[in-house]
Write a protein that binds this ligand. Structure first.
Ligand code: PXL
Length: 276
């Protein structure tokens, strides 16, 4: 199994490729990377960060890969800095996804009801076209609202409406981080029925939590777990990492201490999975 993770490298603040790489590798899956941008930190809460857009490098990277006849079983995209990069991901899917390969799109665009800096309505529209090409999309609550044009925040009733609208884009929408009073839930569809998987909410917002969830989800799927099992395992993993980090991490911008939660997560992943 070979995964291509397309995401940025944020040097500090554990998110994007610096979480996708270790988590997917720990699952026992080859994780190749295509960096979309190089930042000194992520953009959530830091100021004065550097941002080098790597769009220009991508065509020559792809041209080299063509000579190697490389194909990927999973293409997993996250933070894309521009509309042009969305077009490049669509091209990569056409040219490098193996037959029967799987596309997982995390439409990283915003949080807490607003878009991240630099993201526009035109970007949201373009992201819909990438979602249409995906087997699974993993928007957080904010991104789900933007993609489906349902007001933020969601309620249990509007979460259903959002899921149905997202299903018109992609067969398996998975909406993460839906907050209700004292709980946080993942909403998803199973046999066309809307389901949710809920944990007690732990105080504190951590950048990169969505990336930890998405990376674990891709790792579990690639290891042959069903989508529902993958959602449960990944959701338990990220919740345990948030619980630990609520105590251990004083500056939440630096991201989740997920490392020590990897081992119990992998034990559950390995319980009834035969490794090939
Ligand atoms: O985790 C989402 C993310 C990824 N990449 C960059 C970000 C953010 C969220 O702020 O700024 C560069």
């Amino acid at each position: 199994m070979r995964v291509l993770a397309i995401n940025d490298v944020s040097c500090l603040g554990k998110c994007s490729l610096t979480v996708a790489q270790p988590i997917i590798s720990a699952c026992g899956i080859t994780c190749n990377v295509l960096p979309t941008a190089l930042l000194s930190t992520h953009t959530g809460g830091f100021t004065g960060y550097t941002f080098r857009d790597l769009t220009e490098d991508i065509p020559s990277i792809l041209a080299h890969w063509k000579t190697l006849n490389i194909q990927f079983d999973y293409i997993y995209s996250g933070y894309l800095g521009s509309i042009e990069q969305i077009d490049l991901v669509l091209l990569i899917i056409r040219e490098f996804l193996s037959e029967n390969g799987t596309v997982v799109v995390d439409p990283v665009m915003g949080d807490n009801g607003t878009l991240y800096s630099g993201f526009t309505k035109a970007y949201v529209e373009k992201m819909r076209s990438l979602c249409r090409r995906a087997d699974f999309i993993l928007p957080n609550e904010t991104e789900a609202c933007y993609l489906s044009e349902v007001p933020y925040p969601l309620t249990p009733k509007t979460a259903e409406e959002t899921l149905r609208k997202l299903q018109t884009l992609c067969p398996h929408p998975i909406v993460t981080g839906v907050m209700e009073k004292n709980t946080v839930s993942v909403y998803y569809t199973e046999d066309n029925t809307i389901r949710s998987y809920t944990h007690e909410n732990v105080e504190g917002f951590f950048c990169g939590a969505g990336d930890v969830f998405a990376s674990a989800f891709v790792g579990c799927l690639a290891r042959g777990k069903s989508p529902t099992e993958s959602i449960r395992l990944s959701s338990d993993f990220v919740t345990n990492a948030i619980r630990r980090s609520a105590i251990e991490v004083t500056d939440k911008r630096y991201g989740l201490n997920f490392e020590k939660e990897l081992y119990p997560f992998l034990q559950k992943l390995n319980e009834d999975t035969v490794t090939v």
